[in-house]
Structures are given as structure tokens and as C-alpha cells.
Design a protein around this ligand. Structure first.
Ligand SMILES: [Fe+2]
Length: 610
């Protein structure tokens, strides 16, 4: 076996959410999605800027790389595309014409693309899509041994896999094949309920608690044949993604009584019931697959990755009711995480590097793997902008920001290295007071310009989590949902219960209403001093003033925009929205003190805002 090189670069690209990740030995040095730099949401282009950031972070050039890994095997995918489109031709011809040139141009020449873009002459290695996901789930986990479950939208032939990780290797033991995909079923409902496929899935999940599981039986009877072990076959007559450019077919419309909802039209009870139903079906499949993984491996630890692993409601249920004792979920569960997975697969499997496992501590560094900006760089930008700001010592900054939050001000919080993965975890976050009954609607409508029903998530000090939620474990990546503690819940009156779906939103459900969902659940992030000292100290200071150890934490962006990366992105978002104050490293800015903001681009149109 060749000697393991010091630097390995992983790349994921060309499908959605391109990313790059750099390893130095056993350590994850840097990882970021291309969208954050190019400001195009889910940018699928070759991640040139993310790669450049990774190399810069390590202080190296592409000449120092010992290997470059690509998260997918393009030829395997091309096979599938051909069979799919030729298999259902001539119906599929139209979408083949659209997809074909892209696949041929980008995917078959990845090798060359990597070399040209990077000026790199060393080996380019490939993993299979699900191997990359499985590797990203297991290798950074705090487990020496674990079962692995990956569930995905579109991969190669496999759409869900069960595997096992031991020491420095992983093995896939069972696969579910395309086109029988849980991700695609969820996306089909996302499409049918009038949301955008590949990004609207969260909205469906957020909408689910407003509905009744009315369609579960119909889905299980007509749409799919679900088996005891969690594998299933989708009835293709209801889906159109094999042949057409829409997700669902005429037969599907007939089954559910009408065409898909037009995007941006009013939501009805039907969409809520569909959302609830597909969520329950998804949870049932996840649970059955988890039981199979447990049976097959006999292990007590489970690692999760792949797009479906971002279904935090399902994850929470898996942890509470499933057969595993411990659960670890890759925070960059989507395809971006594949860049990390393939790099680690190369290090551990290909080069046989020994993997160091620290019990109870994963190697993701809190997912703070992106760029950081020095105070001098931030100040140079603020000066150039003519912004009004104050530089404060950490203790003073903390105390002022905690007081602003306690006064119901909304604060943009830009601190340290940017998160890798779709969640803001206190490095690029917008913060608010969870006790305020007005906060949820205000943040949704005035800051994020998005649907009022979307729930917000709480950040809570790790040692205080059990005082607020029915859980007492780590959830550093906001990937577990738990009920708000029973004593804190406010039961609804009969009159309130009779309100229609979304109207119930305005009824406070607990003493932290801004983070309590309609069904009393919350998507919890636990914060420790060890991984994010500044954020931890801020929440602790907020607790000292108010007695509340929780903050509302939502990602620092508006609807349709990637999360902010640089001070410039943050300042722009601050000026465009009703965020009251902005913290950029050691600097504090208030909106009222800023000079007149002249918008250059027609940004509301750009992000399709109301
Ligand atoms: Fe994937």
C-alpha cells in the first residue's frame, strides 16, 4: 500500500451543491460549498472558488496535493441515464436532450476538468455516490464501529444503502436501486404541493404538523409497495421523472384529486395533509430500514447521511423509538458532504491511513470549516463602505448584544469560520429572543421574506437542554427534533383548536413560542463552549440577563439566497432587511446609524421575493 499523502482534496460537483474539502493527514482542514462564494444557490458548477479557499486555508498550492477525489463515478451515472432515457423513449427524448449534453460535457471529462482547473497532474480517484455519503457519515463520527444508513434523491443505481463502518473502512451490505427512491417520493410530493424540488423539501416537512395523515394508506396502497425490511418499489405510473420534466403524472393528479398547486398560490388543508402523510411514510421507511441495519450488523451505533438524513423529524423519532443506542448524523448530509466523504475514503481505504477516534467527539470541528475574516479585513470593508460601527472588547460586545436581544431586537451574528452544510450554527446566524410572541412572524416576513408558517430553531446551552426540551443529548448540528418540555407547553383551548391550519400559528404554544412548532416540537441545536466559545458566551450572557438559556437561530440570508459568506454579503443582507443590529467579528453596527443604502441590483426580483 502506498504511503498516505499529507494533503487530499475531495470534490463534489455537477449535480447540485458543489463543494470542496481538504484533509491534512487525519484532520479536516477546510470544507465549503461553491454557492457561498458565487452567490448562486445550490451552484452545481465545478467548485473552483471553494477549492481555492481550501488550498489557501492550508497555505498550499495544487502541487502539494497527493490525491484528488471525485464523489461520484460519472460513467456509472451515464449508463443509468442512457438506459433510463432509451428505455422509455420516445417519451423521454425531451428531457434527454436537455440533460444529455450536460452529462457528456461535464461528467465524462471530469478527470480533465480537475487537471485543467487545478493545474494538477497527480492521481484523480473516484468513489461511488453512496460510498461517498456513507464515508462522510462514518469516518468523522465518534464511533470505532457503526451501522451506516444512507438515503438519497438521485444517486447512481443505489438510492438507499445499508453499510457497516469499522476502523478505517466501510462496506455497503445492502442497496436499494433507482428509481425506487425515498428522496424522489418526497420530492414528488414537494412538487405536487407547489414547492421547488431540491430545496422545498424543508417546507413540506415544516408544513406537515398542520395536516392530518389522511393519505398515508393511499400512498402505501397505490404509490409504493413497502416491504418489512424497508425496501420498496414505487409504482412508476404515478411518477413522471423517468420520462418527463415534471415529477408527477396525470395518474397521480387523478389519485389525489387535481393538478399540482401553482407555486405562490394559497396553501390549503390538502397540501398540509399531503405533507403530513408523506412525512409519516418517510418515517416508517426510515424506521424499517434502521431495524434492518440493526439486524444485519448487530451494532448499537448508527451513522446517517444522504439528503433524506436532513429530515430531522425522522431522525428524532429514530433516536427515540429506533433500535440504536447512539446516532450520529453528518451535518453536510447532501451532496456537498460527498466531497468530504470521498477525501476520507481515499485517505483511509485507498492509502490505509489509521483513523483516530476520540470517544464522544466527532472530527467535524462543529462544522466550522469555512472561511474566517480577520478584524482588519472586516474594518477595511466597513471603512470603504462608509459604515458606522463600534469596535468592542468581547465582554462588552456580549453584554450589549445580549441586552439588544432581550429588548426584542433582531441581530445578524457573523462570527468565526463559516459552517459547512445547510444549517447556520452560530457563525452566520440571525438571532432573536425566543420568548417574544411576535418574533416568529416578524423574522419570517420582514427578515427572511418567506412563508409565515416556517418554524425557527432554538440554540440552547448544552447543559441546559433538558430544562427546555424532552431530550438530554448532544445535537450540535440541529438535526434532531424534540418536544418542548411538558411544563413549558401551553395547551390550546377548544376555540383555538378549532382554528384552521395556519391560523393556529399565532397561538403561543409555550414560554419560548418563537421556537415552538405547532405540534410542540423544536429543531434543537446544543451549544458547547468547547466548539463555539463566542456563541456559547453570548447565550450564557442572555441567560444571565433574562433567565432564558435559549436563542432563536436562523440562517443569515433571505429566501432564495445562499447563506452569507463574507462581511460584504452580511452587510448587504443587513441593509436589505429589517435586521436591527449587525455583529461582524468585534464590530457592532446598528441599522439606524448607517448611511443611506442604495440598492444597485434589483435584488428582490433576483431572489423572487414578494
Ligand atoms: Fe447524494
Amino acid at each position: 500500500m502506498p504511503h498516505p499523502p499529507e494533503y487530499i482534496l475531495g470534490i463534489s460537483a455537477f449535480y447540485h451543491d458543489s463543494a470542496a474539502c481538504l484533509l491534512r493527514g487525519d484532520e479536516i482542514i477546510a470544507a465549503a460549498s461553491e454557492e457561498r462564494f458565487t452567490r448562486k444557490k445550490g451552484d452545481p458548477a465545478f467548485p473552483e472558488r471553494a477549492v481555492a479557499f481550501c488550498l489557501q486555508e492550508a497555505g498550499i498550492t495544487s502541487k502539494d496535493l497527493g490525491a484528488v477525489g471525485f464523489y461520484d463515478k460519472p460513467l456509472l451515472k451515464f449508463d443509468r441515464i442512457l438506459e433510463t432515457y432509451f428505455g422509455v423513449a420516445p417519451k423521454g427524448f425531451k428531457s434527454f436532450l436537455l440533460a444529455g449534453p450536460l452529462w457528456i460535457k461535464d461528467k465524462l471529462y471530469i478527470d480533465q476538468q480537475v487537471r485543467t482547473a487545478l493545474g494538477y497532474e497527480g492521481p484523480v480517484l473516484y468513489a461511488e455516490h453512496h460510498e461517498s455519503h456513507a464515508a462522510s457519515a462514518f469516518f468523522p463520527s465518534p464511533f470505532e464501529e457503526a451501522a451506516i444508513l444512507t438515503m438519497d434523491g438521485v444517486g447512481e443505481w443505489a438510492t438507499a444503502t445499508i453499510g457497516v463502518g469499522r476502523g478505517n473502512d466501510i462496506e455497503i451490505v445492502k442497496e436499494l436501486h433507482w428509481p425506487d427512491s425515498l428522496g424522489l417520493l418526497y420530492s414528488a410530493i414537494t412538487y405536487y404541493t407547489g414547492f421547488k424540488v431540491n430545496s422545498g423539501e424543508y417546507k413540506v416537512m415544516g408544513l406537515a404538523p398542520y395536516g392530518e395523515p389522511k393519505y398515508v394508506d393511499l400512498m402505501l396502497k397505490e404509490l409504493m409497495d413497502l416491504r418489512e425490511d424497508g425496501s420498496f418499489t414505487l409504482n412508476q405510473k404515478y411518477f413522471n421523472y423517468l420520462a418527463g420534466l415534471t415529477m408527477t403524472s396525470e395518474a397521480f393528479n387523478e389519485l389525489f384529486g387535481g393538478p399540482p398547486r401553482e407555486p405562490e398560490t394559497n396553501l390549503t388543508q390538502k397540501e398540509m395533509d399531503l405533507a403530513r402523510s408523506v412525512q409519516e411514510v418517510t418515517e416508517e421507511v426510515m424506521m424499517r430500514m434502521a431495524r434492518t441495519a440493526h439486524r444485519e450488523t448487530g451494532l448499537d451505533n448508527l451513522c446517517l447521511a444522504g439528503g433524506v438524513a436532513l429530515n430531522c423529524v425522522g431522525n428524532g423519532k429514530l433516536l427515540r423509538e429506533g433500535p440504536f443506542k447512539r446516532l450520529w448524523i453528518q451535518p453536510a448530509s447532501g451532496d456537498a458532504g460527498g466531497a468530504l466523504g470521498v477525501a476520507q475514503l481515499i485517505a483511509y481505504r485507498h492509502f490505509g491511513r489509521r483513523r483516530t477516534v476520540v470517544p464522544c467527539k466527532d472530527s467535524m470541528k462543529g462544522a466550522y470549516l469555512g472561511p474566517e475574516y480577520r478584524p482588519e479585513a472586516i474594518e477595511a470593508f466597513l471603512k470603504e463602505q462608509g459604515a458606522t460601527y463600534t469596535r468592542l472588547e468581547p465582554a462588552e460586545l456580549r453584554s450589549q448584544v445580549a441586552q439588544l436581544l432581550a429588548d426584542e431586537k433582531i441581530v445578524g451574528w457573523f462570527n468565526g469560520r463559516m459552517e459547512f452544510g445547510p444549517r447556520a450554527l452560530g457563525a452566520r446566524s440571525i438571532l432573536g429572543d425566543p420568548r417574544s410572541p411576535r418574533m416568529q412572524a416578524q423574522m419570517n416576513l420582514k427578515i427572511k421574506f418567506r412563508e409565515g408558517f416556517r418554524p425557527f430553531a432554538p440554540s440552547v446551552l448544552r447543559e441546559r437542554v433538558a430544562d427546555y426540551f424532552e431530550m438530554d443529548c448532544d445535537s450540535p448540528y440541529m438535526l434532531l427534533v424534540a418536544p418542548v418540555k411538558r411544563e413549558r407547553q401551553i395547551p390550546m383551548t377548544a376555540l383555538q383548536r378549532s382554528l384552521w391550519g395556519i391560523e393556529q400559528l399565532n397561538v403561543p404554544r409555550s414560554d419560548i413560542p418563537a421556537v415552538t412548532h405547532i405540534d410542540y416540537s423544536a429543531r434543537v441545536q446544543t451549544v458547547t463552549r468547547e466548539t463555539n466559545p463566542d456563541y456559547y458566551d453570548l447565550i450564557a450572557e442572555f441567560e444571565r440577563i433574562t433567565g432564558c438559556a435559549v436563542l432563536v437561530n436562523t440562517s443569515f440570508n433571505v429566501r432564495g439566497e445562499p447563506i452569507v459568506c463574507s462581511p460584504e454579503d452580511a452587510y448587504r443582507c443587513f441593509m436589505r432587511t429589517h435586521i436591527d443590529c449587525l455583529v461582524l467579528g468585534p464590530f457592532l453596527l446598528t441599522k439606524t446609524a448607517q448611511p443611506e443604502w442604495e440598492e444597485t441590483a434589483n435584488w428582490k426580483q433576483e431572489f423572487q421575493l414578494d
